[in-house]
Ligand binder design. Structure first.
Ligand code: UD1
Length: 422
């Protein structure tokens, strides 16, 4: 059977300017939120990636009309009459579970296939369910489907999350906008994508304050007070961070635009600590390096801590630093599969529990490698750019899930990288 792979020649070149796409993790939820608007909403700056295709398919299955024109997606949800999301779609993309909140907000019920485990840990949804139960939702599991019902209607409540889960915060927000009374989400996730979602919901007529802080207050409004809107997705901080790591690896200079630098404070701090010159301005960040890479200590944490979605990319940087680094993964179990692939290219990494001990090496060698997940895939292509010789990256469907035209963008920065069917 033929397979498409990415072939990378290790030229060590990545320089110039690139505009990042809209944030995958925002756009997915903004599209789900259109369910609450009951009319034609338009989401702009939506990345052209396969995860978005799955979400538009989910909306179509629910009965919405979805029209895509480049980076703009128009979703008419007025004729949505179904509240069931099938297994084929949820199994393709776990984030399909983010229609649970808006379906409950609109219909007071939902039937969503249970997401299975995935390659980066157990990824449970217990916090989504416990939070929604506080709002009056009852859950049953029936033949692999999660059935949600709010027999008495939704009511506001005080909800304390045991961990600031991004997905649980979003599902709660989208259900609570139509609940009767006031909901307070404490220990809420503070990611920029949460702020983007709160902004869009407010544009639709919701009354949310505190988005981006650990305590979000939602004053419920009747469903018929919500209306469609036109909303622009924020830039993708993880895509930006990935290109910046590329610039740090090669020396750059490399500039990313279309991104608010405040989204990446911790990652930029680490780049500077590792010996890079980083500059920022309104909507842009640049990186450059002339000296050697210095080792680092990184702990992934909920925002504003260091993002787990940049852990693999920074492990690659650490692998080429002069000295020993320690990387601790606190958000997901099982997110170190990338290390084994990088070791096949000559890196020296030992994993102990949720710590990775990285001993810097002078160079990496090109090798056949496999993307173990989306971010690992992105990092392996970068590794190929600075490795000696040729690297073949397999399983690139993971990369296509979240990086728009990765090969095209890297090529425009001077990398020698192409997609090949083998
Ligand atoms: C989102 C992002 C993902 C990012 C992650 C953390 C999307 C589509 N994905 O994922 O790219 O890496 O945030 O920034 O936006 N957990 C539970 N029970 C729950 C919910 C979560 O135990 O009910 C655990 C998870 O297993 C994980 C941790 O909490 O270990 C963080 O998960 P969460 O913040 O919910 O991440 P996602 O929303 O799945």
């Amino acid at each position: 059977m033929s397979e498409e792979i990415i072939v990378v020649e290790g030229t060590g070149v990545l320089t110039g300017q690139i505009r990042v796409s809209g944030a995958k993790n925002s756009a997915l939820k903004l599209l789900a939120a259109t369910l609450l608007g009951q009319g034609r909403s338009v989401v702009q700056n939506v990345p052209l990636i396969s995860d978005i295709e799955v979400m538009t398919e989910v909306l179509r299955v629910l009965g919405a009309t979805v029209e895509r024109e480049g980076h703009q997606v128009a979703v008419d949800t007025s004729s949505v009459d179904c509240f069931e999301t099938p297994y084929e779609l949820v199994s393709k993309m776990r984030a399909s579970i983010s229609v649970l909140g808006p379906l409950i907000g609109r219909f007071g019920r939902a039937r969503v296939a249970m997401p299975g485990g995935c390659q980066i840990g157990a990824r449970k949804i217990d916090m989504h369910l416990a939070g929604l139960e506080h709002l009056g939702v009852e859950f049953t599991v029936d033949h692999g489907y999660l059935e949600a019902n709010a027999p008495q209607g939704l009511h506001g409540a005080e909800v304390m999350l045991t961990f600031p889960s991004v997905g649980a915060t979003e599902n709660l927000l989208m259900a609570a906008v139509t609940a009767e009374g006031t909901t307070v989400i404490d220990n809420a996730a503070r990611e920029p994508e949460i702020v983007d979602l709160c902004n869009m919901l407010n544009e639709m007529g919701a009354q949310i304050t505190g988005g981006g802080s650990p305590s979000i207050t939602i004053q419920g409004v009747p469903l018929d007070k919500l209306h469609p809107c036109v909303h622009q997705t924020v830039g993708d901080r993880i895509e930006a961070g990935t290109f910046l790591v590329g610039g740090a690896l090669t020396g750059g200079p490399l500039k990313v635009t279309g991104i608010d630098p405040s989204f990446l404070r911790m990652a930029l701090l680490k780049l500077r600590e590792m010996g890079c010159t980083v500059e920022t301005g309104p909507g842009w960040i640049s990186v450059e390096r002339s000296g050697s890479l210095r080792p680092t200590e990184i702990q992934t944490l909920p925002h504003p801590g260091f993002p787990t979605d940049l852990q693999a990319q920074f492990m690659l940087l650490a692998a080429l630093a002069e000295g020993n680094s320690v990387i601790t993964e606190n958000v997901f179990e099982n997110r170190f599969m990338f290390a084994a692939e990088l070791c096949r290219m000559g890196a020296n990494i030992t994993i102990e529990g949720h710590h990775a001990f990285v001993q810097g090496v002078k160079a990496l060698q090109g090798a056949p490698v496999s993307s173990t997940d989306l971010r690992a895939g992105g990092a392996l292509v970068l590794a190929g750019i600075v490795a000696e010789g040729r690297t073949d990256v397999h399983q690139i469907r993971h990369i296509d899930r979240g990086y728009e035209d990765y090969v095209g963008k890297l090529s425009s920065l001077g990398a020698c990288v192409k997609r090949v069917t083998v």
